[in-house]
Design a protein. Structure first.
Length: 645
């Protein structure tokens, strides 16, 4: 019996599968397993290291505060209710040593200032702005010494009573870890910036126990109206890893202890709107006063060296601490009291909370504005939470049935103020819910965040933020890579070679003779101080000697191209800078200056031919890499996995 083609088709398909069973796997080979492995590997490494560093920093800070302010000064601030206390009970009894409470911030500022100015000036001040600057303007490069110095300087600042947060130091420190890992693994600039962002997310998510909010915060805080979308997935993976390590050490929990549930009353939403307007005023006061202290006060202390200015700011914090002790340190415990309704609030606690929020603005401006090391995120949460709690207790006194839980206003306030002033409405909303362990307040949070975000459009806690990706130097030429900017002079220069040198008063006959004996087509004109006063290229010399009768009258100083700072070539310059120097000077070869050790000596020469060879080699390498990626993407049967890295 003859079978029709339609009837033979299933048998033919079955026979084909029996002859080649691998056809069953072809849909799965279309999955991007190679990229998944690469992203997982990088994110897990950075997340694990950042989570470990966050554990060490938290543990060290807890013990430092217990020893310095607790045991020595006999001053103990309350703790946030959700954190595990890793220190023992205080062994010393007796009255608080207020003279030491006032002195410690000054001493801490002195030590912090000396550490930072001596070893890593980029660790000065808040870490958030330094992290943003590294991503946008420094190609994700953070020096290896910055993470440990930032952590140490921040430990000293916060443990002695400085008003600063711990998220800024952890963010900059863990961002530095991402930079170090990328350099160790020899990743390109784009991957390095992504790992820097992932490191910041992992550290923040661990120290605050907010894995999702921190992942969004790290990509949102870079811009005023945008996200670093390329880094979202690595940030989530790294943040989950860092959070898991932190909770494995210190247990699962939330930063603040809260009520089991919060009642949502739509009629109370106008009150949250009123609170948001008031918080915008606090945000404006905080940003304005901090900037005033930083630029108009401490920056103008010409007679006070940079390393001593944090001590001056610490002295002001100490004096303020004598009047308002709640302004010292991180302040999370006092915010916990506003959430819980602590006994120290009294009957009219709203006046006290509003006053404490103002004192926290002063103390943070003194600490951060003078150059003390610490973050602005934590103090902003405390200021917003205290001020929001003040509104909550006022509304509770006026309408207790409408506002049965005034602590809810403190939780909403801490996110609303920072989210508006830092232009991070989404991540701060999620982080607030994670800190409280509840999404019951999501609707009032959304309302308050929207109001403060709109009202605070003209102010910014982080000046280094840019409007969007199009305004970031990191994305200046999206899709185009300047190969020359990625190459350095030290990789292509000729070590030990030197150009022939003449004096400014030498005649052109002398210059011609020197150039004829020179190995390269060009000479340098040596200055009286031993440096390079100018250059004479072969083209310049030929143009001068064509003028009949002038070659015997002109001197080297008459025809040389005088040296400017931008014409100097050092070992760390990129080849794009060198190419510009070639075009300006007319030279085909330039001396390379070694500035290491504080001196200036000629290390060798760099030629146009060397730049051409380096450019061609890098271009071929990039083309091969791009072709390999395209070939792998279009060939799902190509083996994938760790061997493909």
């Amino acid at each position: 019996m003859t079978m029709s083609p339609r009837e033979r088709a299933p048998l033919a398909t079955l026979g084909s599968l029996l002859r080649n069973p691998g056809q069953l796997l072809w849909p799965w080979r279309s999955l991007d397993l190679r990229r998944l492995w690469r992203v997982l590997l990088h994110s897990l490494i950075v997340g694990a290291m950042a989570g470990s560093v966050a554990c060490l920093f938290f543990y060290a800070l807890e013990w430092a505060e217990w020893l310095v302010t607790g045991e020595l000064a006999r001053f103990s601030a309350p703790r946030p209710g959700g954190e595990l206390d890793v220190t023992p009970a205080h062994t010393q009894s007796g009255p608080t040593r207020w003279w030491l409470v006032a002195l410690l911030p000054c001493l801490g500022g002195l030590v912090c200032g000396w550490l930072v100015e001596s070893f890593a000036p980029e660790a000065r001040g808040p870490g958030g702005d330094a992290y943003i600057d590294a991503v946008h303007n420094k190609k994700g490069l953070i020096r290896a010494r910055v993470p440990p110095l930032k952590a140490l300087a921040s430990l000293v600042t916060i443990s002695t009573g400085g008003s600063a947060g711990r998220e800024g130091p952890v963010m900059q420190t863990c961002a530095g870890i991402g930079s170090l890992v990328s350099r160790f693994m020899k990743l390109n600039e784009q991957e390095r910036r992504i790992l820097v962002v992932a490191g910041a997310a992992a550290g923040t998510g661990a120290i605050f126990r907010t894995p999702l909010g921190a992942a969004l915060y790290a990509v949102e805080v870079l811009y005023r109206d945008d996200f670093e979308s390329d880094a979202i997935v690595p940030c989530i993976l790294a943040s989950v890893t860092g959070y898991s390590i932190f909770t494995a050490v210190f247990g699962q929990g939330h930063l603040f202890s809260t009520d089991a549930a919060y009642v949502f009353l739509p009629a109370a939403l106008p009150l949250f709107a009123v609170m948001a307007i008031g918080l915008s005023i606090y945000a404006l006061a905080f940003v304005t006063f901090k900037g005033f202290m930083q630029r108009q006060v401490f920056a103008r202390l010409r007679l006070v060296p940079m390393w001593a200015r944090p001590a001056f700011g610490g002295a002001l914090v100490g004096l303020l601490g004598l009047l308002v002790p709640q302004a010292l340190g991180t302040g999370y415990g006092w915010l916990q009291g506003a959430i819980d309704g602590a006994d120290w609030l009294g009957e009219r606690g709203y006046w006290l909370l509003w006053g404490l929020a103002g004192a926290k603005i002063l103390a943070t401006s003194f600490t951060i504005g003078s150059g003390g090391s610490g973050g602005e995120f934590g103090p902003s949460l405390v200021i917003g939470g205290l001020a929001g709690g003040g509104f909550g207790y006022l509304f509770h006194a006026l309408a207790p049935t409408l506002v049965p839980q005034p602590g809810a206003f403190a939780l909403v306030g801490m996110a609303a103020m920072f989210g508006g002033a830092a232009h991070v409405p989404i991540s701060s909303l999620i982080m607030s819910c994670e800190m409280a362990g509840s999404y019951d307040l999501l609707v009032p949070l959304m309302l308050a965040e929207g109001i403060t975000f709109v009202l605070c459009r003209r102010i910014a806690i982080f000046p280094k933020q840019v409007p969007g990706r199009a305004h970031s130097p990191a994305h200046r030429d999206e899709g185009f890579v300047d190969i020359l900017e990625a190459l350095r002079v030290r990789d292509v220069y000729s070590d030990g070679e030197q150009l022939m040198a003449v004096r400014p008063g030498d005649s052109l006959h002398t210059v011609m003779h020197a150039m004829s004996e020179a190995q390269h087509p060009g000479v340098i004109v040596a200055g009286d101080d031993g440096g390079v006063a100018g250059f004479i290229s072969l083209d310049t010399l030929q143009g001068a000697i064509t003028e009949e009768g002038l070659d015997g009258l002109l001197l080297a100083a008459d025809v040389m191209h005088r040296t400017r700072d931008r014409d100097q070539v050092t070992l760390d310059d990129d080849l794009h800078h060198v190419l510009h120097a070639f075009l300006v000077t007319g030279m085909h070869v330039l001396p390379v200056i070694d500035t290491s050790g504080g001196g200036r000596r000629e290390a060798g020469v760099v030629t146009q031919a060397a730049i051409t060879r380096a450019y061609e080699s890098a271009l071929v390498s990039r083309m091969k890499s791009a072709a390999e990626d395209r070939r792998w993407a279009n060939n799902p049967e190509e083996p994938v996995g760790p061997s493909g890295l």
